[in-house]
Design a protein around this ligand. Structure first.
Ligand SMILES: CC(C)(COP(=O)(O)OP(=O)(O)OC[C@H]1O[C@@H](n2cnc3c(N)ncnc32)[C@H](O)[C@@H]1OP(=O)(O)O)[C@@H](O)C(=O)NCCC(=O)NCCS
Length: 331
C-alpha cells in the first residue's frame, strides 16, 4: 500500500503535465496571489491571473508581493467588454433569450470570464471560490463550460485520505440535494472516472443505502437499485454493486457474511451516497471521527474543470485545488 499522500501524488502529476490554470479571484484575495507564486515556484503549472480594473496591481502593491514574469496576467477593463465574450455568451445562453443588459452583466463577472477562457482553450481549468460562493462558481461554470459529453449533471466528490493513506472517493457531498435514479447513476459513473484519474486506481463503486441486497424494502432503497441498473445498462464494464450498507461495502469480514457474491462489497473505494444529507454528513464523520483528510469538494461532470474552494481555504488548499484541476483537465 502507498505511503505517499494523495495530494503529493496529485502535485507530482500536475508538475509532469504542466497545465494553465486561471485564478479569477487574484485581484480580490491575497491568498490567491500567494498560491500563484507557490505554483510557479513548485513547477505545478502556469497560473493565469485576472486583473479587473487594475485590482490585481493595487493588491500586489498594497501587499508588497512581487509577481514573477512566468505568471500570465490578463487585464480586463469593465468599461470595455470583449465583443468575443459577448458573442460567446449570447450563443451559449441563446435558449434562455437573455437581454443585452443581462449579457453585459454576466460578461463583467470575473467567474464568467474565467469560464470563458477555459471554454475557449486559453486556459486548461479554473479555480475560484475563496471569495465567491459555491453556487456562484457552479453557475458560472455551467453558463460557460457546460456539462461533459455523456452526462447532464454537475456533481462533486471528496477524496478521503484515511490515516493509513488509503483513499476513498465520496460522491456527491456538495451539489445535488436529492438525486433521482438517473442522476444517482450519473454521479456514480462520473465519480468512478474522477477516482481513476486522480488516484490511478481501478474504481469499485458501492451504491450506499440503509439496506444490503434486499435486507430492507423502501422506495429510497428501490431508487438506489434502479440507479445500479441504469449504470449496468449504460456502462457494463464499470465495477459497481448495490444497494449496500457502508459496513458491507468497506469491511471484508462483513462483506463475506452479508454479500458473499459481490465483486464490490468489502473492497469498495468509491462510495456513492443516496442524497446530499447522507454524503455531506458522511464525509464530515469520516474526517472528524475517522481522522481522514478530506480533499474537495471537487466539481465533476463539467466539460473542462472549474474547481470550487471553501472561503476559509489556505494558500496550500488553493495550490492543491489548482493541481487537481490540472490533473482532471488531462483526461
Ligand atoms: C448547482 C446550483 C447552484 C444550481 O442552482 P440554480 O442556479 O438555482 O439552478 P436552477 O435549478 O435554476 O438551474 C439553472 C440551470 O442550471 C442547470 N443546473 C442546475 N444544477 C445543475 C447540475 N447540478 N448539473 C447540471 N446542470 C445543472 C439547470 O438545468 C438549469 O439549466 P438551464 O438554464 O439550461 O435551464 C444549486 O443546485 C446549488 O446551490 N447546489 C448546492 C450547492 C451548495 O451550496 N453546496 C454547498 C454544500 S457543501
Amino acid at each position: 500500500m502507498s505511503k505517499v499522500s494523495i495530494l503529493e501524488i496529485i502535485r507530482n502529476n500536475a508538475e509532469m503535465i504542466g497545465k494553465k490554470i486561471v485564478l479569477p479571484e487574484a485581484g480580490i484575495d491575497k491568498r490567491v496571489i500567494r498560491a500563484a507564486i507557490q505554483m510557479v515556484m513548485g513547477g505545478f503549472g502556469t497560473p493565469v491571473l485576472l486583473s479587473v480594473d487594475d485590482d490585481l496591481e493595487k493588491l500586489v502593491k498594497d501587499s508588497k508581493l512581487a509577481i514573477p514574469d512566468s505568471i500570465e496576467v490578463i487585464k480586463i477593463q469593465s468599461s470595455k467588454i470583449d465583443p468575443l465574450l459577448i458573442e460567446f455568451l449570447k450563443e451559449k445562453l441563446s435558449h434562455k433569450n437573455p437581454s443585452d443588459a443581462q449579457i453585459r452583466e454576466l460578461a463583467s463577472d470575473r467567474l464568467v470570464i474565467a469560464g470563458w477562457l477555459v471554454a475557449t482553450g486559453r486556459a486548461d481549468g479554473a479555480v475560484a471560490g475563496s471569495v465567491a460562493s459555491t453556487a456562484s462558481v457552479i453557475r458560472a461554470a455551467l453558463r460557460t463550460i457546460g456539462v461533459a459529453e455523456g452526462t447532464k449533471l454537475v456533481s462533486s466528490i471528496f477524496l478521503m485520505e484515511l490515516p493509513d493513506y488509503r483513499v476513498l472517493t465520496y460522491g456527491d457531498c456538495a451539489v445535488v440535494p436529492y438525486p433521482d435514479a438517473q442522476q444517482l447513476a450519473d454521479i456514480a459513473m462520473t465519480s468512478a472516472q474522477s477516482h481513476k484519474l486522480l488516484t490511478g486506481q481501478e474504481a469499485y463503486v458501492a451504491m450506499l443505502s440503509f439496506s444490503t441486497k434486499g435486507s430492507a424494502n423502501h422506495e429510497r432503497v428501490e431508487l438506489v437499485r434502479e440507479a445500479v441498473s441504469i449504470v449496468n445498462d449504460t456502462d457494463s464494464r464499470l465495477i459497481i454493486d448495490g444497494e449496500l450498507q457502508f459496513d458491507t461495502a468497506f469491511v471484508s469480514k462483513i462483506a463475506e457474511r452479508k454479500a458473499p457474491e459481490s465483486e464490490v462489497a468489502g473492497k469498495a473505494n468509491v462510495m456513492i451516497f443516496p442524497n446530499l444529507d447522507a454524503g455531506n454528513i458522511g464525509y464530515k464523520i469520516t474526517e472528524r471521527v475517522g481522522g481522514a483528510k478530506a480533499v474537495g469538494p471537487i466539481l465533476q461532470g463539467l466539460a473542462k474543470p472549474f474547481m470550487d474552494l471553501s472561503r476559509g481555504c489556505s494558500v496550500d488548499d488553493i495550490v492543491d485545488t489548482a493541481c487537481v484541476a490540472a490533473v482532471l483537465s488531462a483526461k
